[in-house]
Design a protein around this ligand. Structure first.
Ligand code: HEC
Ligand code: HEC
Ligand code: HEC
Ligand code: HEC
Ligand code: HEC
Ligand code: HEC
Ligand code: HEC
Ligand code: HEC
Ligand code: HEC
Ligand code: HEC
Length: 317
């Protein structure tokens, strides 16, 4: 705050000069001498920016370049809309040893202002839209603040940019970072997709906060070919794609949770069809040996998501 003190001092100098200037031939007008400093980026921000100016921290003023800085929009907040009137902070009470904190401090740790009070200040304007499920969502129950993900002073809020969003999520969900570096994964590293391609970060009607009502409906938004209906349906596919796939990534091809025959054998172990490893004697007749490669059931049952072929009951065509 050295700069602040310096700035206040220079303001005093300016005021003195104004008072003594030739334009004020009459007696100096005290009101003019105390002419308030100008707003810097937001309507009415001078209250705060007379101290928190460019010199104090240029990053703070970047808020003027965001959607919160559109002064022509009457819904645009100013410093005090979010941080509170903060009278004692602005005018340090005589005798106070330290400058009291502003009414609301937004931070990932909720030490000074509880998450609910921080979020309440944002929800005044943002209660609608995708926040309708905020109350009761896992993130809200865990006392996350809006500022746990959003950086409203930054010119570009990382969590709103596809290519950088996952990085914000990884600060807490570290296991998911490991997932997206596995052998097979969605194009998350390239930023072509991101977490919010499937998840509603503010909460939704679905656990775990998916953008649609079920896992499958979420997948169909891009993988429409898997929606069916099929003449021959495979029950686990209709039920939940995540029975077999880990949508965040896996070390098996096609993001399969479990490799090769073991995936299928979780359910099909007891069928009369050879689900044991193949040897010469238990080969079904007329089957080429290359179909046995890696004991992949899907080599033959290639229509594992369902089939529309009249004789596709076994998902082989
Ligand atoms: C008279 C100078 C002055 C004015 C006016 C002023 N502040 Fe401050 N503010 C300070 C000082 C000094 C600090 C503590 C040093 C620092 O962090 O820069 C501070 C710190 C803060 C902090 C960080 C608090 C923390 O502990 O993390 C916030 C937020 C803040 N001010 C917001 C505001 C807002 C909003 C306004 C207008 C309503 C405002 N300030 C007006 C001087 C001022
Ligand atoms: C006084 C009303 C008001 C308050 C309070 C407010 N906002 Fe906003 N916010 C707006 C307006 C207006 C927009 C622009 C929306 C638009 O154009 O549709 C906006 C936009 C946003 C956006 C989208 C930015 C973008 O680039 O698309 C985010 C994120 C956001 N606000 C978060 C917050 C957070 C977090 C808080 C609390 C710390 C907050 N807002 C407090 C009015 C407010
Ligand atoms: C500050 C830490 C933090 C950040 C940042 C964070 N999360 Fe979370 N997230 C949590 C916690 C804690 C839970 C556990 C909630 C529970 O168990 O009820 C959670 C739960 C979840 C869940 C499970 C759904 C639920 O309601 O339990 C999903 C999905 C999720 N987060 C996605 C995301 C995404 C996507 C992002 C980035 C946009 C993100 N998270 C950023 C802390 C965080
Ligand atoms: C877990 C991280 C996380 C938390 C916590 C979070 N957001 Fe968001 N928010 C996001 C992400 C990610 C997006 C972008 C969503 C998208 O692209 O679909 C977003 C988008 C937004 C937007 C702009 C788009 C829209 O839906 O209007 C606003 C406004 C917003 N958030 C406000 C808030 C408010 C207010 C809070 C606190 C109550 C909050 N957010 C808490 C991650 C979060
Ligand atoms: C839309 C709500 C909103 C508005 C408007 C707003 N702030 Fe903030 N402020 C926040 C949030 C949220 C944070 C936490 C850091 C972040 O998100 O970038 C914060 C952080 C701060 C900090 C602490 C920065 C640090 O690095 O510790 C200061 C100081 C501050 N704001 C001052 C101001 C001043 C001055 C204005 C007016 C020009 C202002 N704020 C306008 C929401 C707001
Ligand atoms: C392709 C869609 C998709 C994408 C992209 C995605 N998820 Fe998920 N996520 C899911 C589904 C589906 C589940 C539920 C899995 C289940 O039921 O086994 C889930 C579950 C979760 C859970 C809660 C259960 C758990 O596994 O811990 C968290 C947390 C989570 N995802 C975080 C993230 C984060 C962070 C990102 C971004 C790096 C992300 N997800 C990207 C679809 C996705
Ligand atoms: C936002 C669009 C989108 C959503 C939603 C989505 N995917 Fe994908 N999926 C993709 C893209 C893009 C690819 C990569 C295609 C490519 O590389 O050719 C892909 C690839 C895959 C692959 C093949 C990976 C490989 O290595 O061959 C599987 C399996 C998959 N997705 C499953 C799912 C599941 C399960 C869900 C739902 C939980 C889902 N996807 C939701 C876009 C999406
Ligand atoms: C019973 C296990 C199982 C279920 C359930 C399942 N899949 Fe698959 N999926 C597989 C197998 C096995 C492969 C690899 C097929 C191959 O190698 O030919 C695969 C491959 C894929 C591929 C990449 C190849 C292709 O066909 O495009 C996508 C995309 C895919 N699955 C999406 C989905 C979606 C979406 C769902 C939910 C509607 C789903 N899967 C449910 C087993 C399953
Ligand atoms: C989560 C359990 C589950 C998994 C995993 C699973 N299936 Fe199935 N599968 C079923 C159920 C349930 C049926 C319906 C059985 C019935 O109708 O008698 C079925 C039916 C079939 C059928 C048709 C059987 C018939 O009698 O018509 C074939 C073929 C099949 N599955 C192959 C596979 C293959 C190949 C895999 C691995 C890629 C696999 N399944 C993984 C549960 C599963
Ligand atoms: C070499 C090709 C091939 C491989 C590999 C293969 N199957 Fe089959 N499977 C078939 C054929 C062909 C049928 C149809 C037999 C019939 O109609 O009598 C069949 C039938 C089935 C059936 C229907 C019930 C039955 O026993 O007739 C199930 C379930 C099944 N297979 C599961 C599996 C599983 C699980 C694996 C992997 C462990 C697997 N299959 C590997 C060719 C194969």
């Amino acid at each position: 705050m050295k700069q602040v003190t310096r700035m206040l001092a220079s303001l005093a100098v300016v005021a003195l000069m104004l008072g003594a200037g030739p334009a004020t031939a009459q007696a100096p007008q005290p009101a003019e001498a105390r002419k308030p400093p100008p707003d810097l980026v937001l309507r009415g921000d001078a209250k705060c920016t007379r101290c928190h100016n460019e010199e104090d921290d240029p990053r703070l003023l970047s808020i003027g370049k965001t959607r919160h800085g559109v002064n022509a929009d009457r819904r645009t907040p100013t410093c005090t809309t979010c941080h509170g009137e903060s009278e004692n902070h602005i005018n340090k009470p005589a005798g106070a040893k330290e400058r009291p904190k502003p009414d609301r401090i937004f931070a990932r740790n909720n030490e000074t202002t509880p998450a609910e009070a921080q979020n309440g200040a944002c929800l005044i304007c943002h209660r609608g839209g995708s926040r309708v499920h905020w109350q009761g969502s896992g993130h809200s129950r865990s006392q996350l603040a809006c500022a746990s993900c959003h950086s409203v002073h930054a010119a570009r809020d990382q969590v709103l940019v596809k290519a950088t969003q996952a990085g914000v999520c990884f600060t807490c969900h570290q296991d998911k970072r490991a997932d997206i570096f596995r052998f097979s994964t969605h194009p998350l590293r390239t930023g072509w997709m991101t977490c919010s391609s499937c998840h509603a970060p503010h909460g939704s009607a679905t656990e775990p906060n998916l953008i649609r009502n079920t896992v499958n409906e979420t997948c169909y938004t891009c993988h429409a070919d898997k929606r069916g209906p099929f003449l021959w349906e495979h029950p686990p596919v209709r039920e939940n794609c995540a029975e077999c796939h880990n949508p965040h990534g896996a070390n098996n091809p096609a993001m399969l949770k479990v490799r090769g025959p073991f995936l299928c054998q979780q359910c099909h172990i007891a069928t009369q069809h050879p689900s044991t490893l193949y040897s010469g004697s238990n080969l079904p007749p007329n089957l080429a040996a290359d179909k046995m490669l890696g004991q992949q059931c899907a080599n033959c049952h290639s229509k594992v998501h369902g089939s529309n072929h009249p004789s596709g009951a076994r998902f082989t065509r």
